[in-house]
Design a protein around this ligand. Structure first.
Ligand SMILES: Nc1ncnc2c1ncn2[C@@H]1O[C@H](COP(=O)(O)OP(=O)(O)OP(=O)(O)O)[C@@H](O)[C@H]1O
Length: 251
């Protein structure tokens, strides 16, 4: 599914945050949105999930305006993992992930749904916590639960806001690897905001570089170069190759 946004402008009160950003995000691709703190990354993905409403511009899912898609229908197509999530219902891990099935099955999940949820819980290394309440798990575990719930939603577009920010090294790699696999195998459009450039270049295949509410570059791995990164963060960096991997390091 293609999510297309054209000339999006957004302001919080009188603070302009997005100054007319555009892009076409296609299925089977894994997009990383990178850029300095406060440049509008989270605001953009909240607009893409219809949580925030741009003042100007259009957002379409396969050519249909998201404004015209009913909330429940949108939830079948687009899943969103917030940067920080408030625990509203302290359910156990299994029930929380099962909530991801709600747009598809309402309140009555069947055996197939439970099997899917168990598989995803296993893939995210949460099996030992399955009956634990989510207000009694660590920040990194909770982050994996939120990702699991979004995957249980079986969306066509998955939007994530810094999904690895609370994860240790092992789970940063496992989660990014899983997202890459899901984008390739299920042809999901994955869009993640991420600060770790090296993690992003290792797993994502498309990059959107944002600065002060504008997209300053987008494309494949070639856009993660010294010049662009210096422009983005106003910091000197060096690109180093090691095997097939490239690393961006501050000088
Ligand atoms: N609810 C809000 N009300 C008012 N201003 C906000 C709100 N949310 C964000 N902002 C402001 O909008 C700008 C963009 O914020 P946004 O969260 O989109 O940035 P970001 O690129 O995701 O930042 P970070 O990397 O720090 O998470 C910032 O200046 C921020 O202070």
């Amino acid at each position: 599914m293609t999510i297309s946004f054209q000339n999006i402008k957004f302001a919080y009160g009188n603070q302009d945050v997005l100054h007319g950003v555009s892009g076409d995000l296609k299925s089977g691709r894994f997009y990383a949105i990178v850029g300095p703190n406060g440049c509008g990354k989270s605001t953009l993905i909240k607009c893409l999930d219809n949580i925030l409403h741009p003042h100007t511009g259009t957002i379409e899912l396969d050519g249909v305006s998201i404004k015209k898609i009913r909330k429940k229908e949108l939830a079948k197509k687009v899943a969103y993992v917030a940067q920080t999530s408030k625990i509203i219902f302290p359910l156990d891990v299994f029930s929380t992930v099962l909530l991801g099935r709600r747009p598809h099955v309402g309140w009555l999940p069947g055996e197939k749904d439970r099997k899917l949820v168990n598989r995803i819980i296993d893939e995210l290394g949460l099996s030992d916590l399955i009956m634990r309440n989510i207000d009694e798990i660590s920040g990194g575990e909770l982050q994996r639960v939120q990702i699991a719930r979004a995957l249980a939603q079986e969306p066509s577009v998955l939007l994530l806001d810094e999904p690895t920010s609370s994860l240790d090294l092992k789970y940063q790699i496992e989660v990014m690897q899983l997202l890459k696999q899901v984008s390739e195998n299920k042809k999901i459009t994955i869009v993640t905001v991420i600060h770790d450039l090296n993690l992003a270049t290792r797993y994502a295949n498309r990059f959107i570089l944002m600065k002060k509410g504008r997209i300053i570059a987008h494309g494949g791995k070639e856009v993660i170069n010294e010049e662009n990164i210096k422009t983005l963060y106003e910091t000197e960096v060096q690109k180093i190759s090691h095997g097939t991997q490239t690393y961006i390091l501050p000088v």
